[in-house]
Design a protein around this ligand. Structure first.
Ligand SMILES: NC(=O)c1ccc[n+]([C@@H]2O[C@H](COP(=O)([O-])OP(=O)(O)OC[C@H]3O[C@@H](n4cnc5c(N)ncnc54)[C@H](O)[C@@H]3O)[C@@H](O)[C@H]2O)c1
Length: 410
């Protein structure tokens, strides 16, 4: 490995290459670039325009195919942020090319492919991690600490409602095709269920859920309502609607006090913009503007940087323990105990991406799987699959591939 920089761990930085310079990658690349243990060394994308945008900001090599990056000796780690249907192909290619891999969520779309990735990581003695960044957010970790410390007794319930405009934001064809990993359960469920598993201990016993296709012009599940029971008896209600009617940020932000956190919810703004766009080509162009270097992406990044926990606070979340309820707020956490209510202020600078990038580096350096490894990612995929199965069969589904939460060292 050659580098003229030294990471904070003392060794040379890991050279990271990116496959897929879309919206997901746009938020991650600055986190690699801002961590002295990494050096942004290369990128691959089938769109030359995206590669040009990358080159205008980073010195790394660029490739028009994923294969070339996977074969390149210029990188040690590959971060894969291509659309969901390509994850398996690209992960296997990168691992077989001798690279460590951090892949976007969902890890893949079925359990067999997840097994193939886990096997390839072991066979090649490389690290495999799933980029469940919001599970590393400080608020999530703090609630998890409360579970493990027992300071409020046993965790009993996790309830989370999330209403937004996902389905009517500009979307690619694959984002609106269920078989390609499109729709709210595949695209947003990985965050919510990974966070619930992280806090609840990981071991989901059963799932009862309904997913819904309510608009045939966008024929993909735009919502889900799920009931999860963990092995230890903790239960969870998880509701998500991306139908651009109600915004549950009205429950988590002080909208009336002029708190625009990060921007004021505006009823049906996304639906109106789509109607104005008029055709699919214009919609795709709007989506493209949200990729790396695009105008809409720049605006979104500026807003997100001002409020890093915006994703978590998309709807009201309450964790109920024997001795109190805890909810996330714009300032941190509020604890409603037996006789007193108090706030726990949390950092407003971190959103989880910093933590996951650092954990992956530590795992590579220490030669151990990251806490968000392939088996963990596969277990979250099993929960996602069970949403669809339960909905189709209209019955409770029992799970068998769950893994326990591995808590990060303090
Ligand atoms: N959009 C987000 O804000 C976001 C956030 C977090 C995670 N993610 C995840 O990131 C992944 C990508 O989603 P997105 O919304 O960024 O997609 P996107 O459509 O915006 O971008 C995908 C990029 O990959 C490129 N690409 C497509 N096929 C390729 C191939 N075969 N080889 C190389 N490059 C290829 C495209 O040209 C494009 O630049 C998904 O798994 C998604 O779940 C997205």
């Amino acid at each position: 490995m050659t580098s003229d920089r030294t990471g904070s761990s003392g060794g040379p930085p890991l050279r990271v290459g990116i496959i897929g310079l879309g919206g997901g990658a746009s938020a991650m690349i600055p986190k690699f670039a801002g961590n002295s243990n990494y050096h942004v060394a290369a990128a691959a994308d089938i769109d030359q325009g995206q590669l040009d945008a990358f080159s205008s900001r980073y010195e790394g090599k660029t490739f028009l195919t994923a294969e070339e990056l996977c074969d390149s000796t210029a990188v040690d780690v590959i971060y894969i942020a291509t659309p969901n249907q390509f994850h398996t192909e690209h992960v296997l290619m990168a691992l077989n090319g001798g690279k460590h891999v951090l892949v976007e969520k969902p890890m893949t779309l079925n359990l067999e492919d997840a097994d193939a990735m886990i096997d390839a990581a072991e066979r090649n003695d490389r690290r495999l991690g799933v980029n469940v960044k919001h599970s590393f957010a400080p608020r999530v970790r703090k609630v998890r600490d409360m579970v493990t410390s027992g300071e409020l007794g046993r965790l009993r319930m996790l309830n989370w409602w999330y209403y937004n405009n996902w389905l009517y934001s500009p979307r690619t064809v694959e984002e609106l095709t269920p078989e390609l990993g499109g729709g709210v359960p595949w695209r947003q469920g990985p965050h919510m269920f990974d966070i619930l598993r992280t806090i609840g201990g990981g071991m989901v016993r059963s799932v009862r859920a309904m997913t819904g296709v309510w608009d045939e012009s966008r024929p993909v599940a735009g919502s889900y309502a799920g009931f999860l029971e963990f092995d230890n008896g903790t239960v969870s209600n998880a509701v998500y609607s991306g139908n651009d009617h109600f915004s549950s940020r009205e429950f988590t932000h002080r909208v009336d006090e002029g708190d625009a956190w990060p921007d004021r919810p505006e009823h049906a703004k996304a639906r109106r913009a789509l109607i104005e766009a008029g055709d699919k080509d214009t919609e795709i162009a709007m989506k493209r503007a949200r990729r790396f270097g695009g105008q809409a992406r720049e605006e979104q990044t500026t807003r997100a940087q001002s409020r890093p926990s915006a994703w978590l606070l998309g709807g009201p979340f309450v964790a109920s323990f024997d001795l109190g309820d805890v909810r996330w707020t714009t300032e941190g956490l509020t604890v409603y105990g037996q006789t007193e209510e108090y706030d726990i202020p949390m950092s407003t600078d971190l959103d989880g991406r910093e933590g996951i990038v650092q954990e992956f580096h530590n795992a590579v350096l220490e030669g151990r799987p990251p806490v968000n490894d392939g088996r963990w990612g596969k277990a979250t995929v099993e929960v996602l699959l069970s949403l669809f199965q339960s909905s189709e069969q209209r019955k409770e589904v029992y799970l068998s591939h769950q893994t326990p939460t591995i808590d990060l060292a303090a």
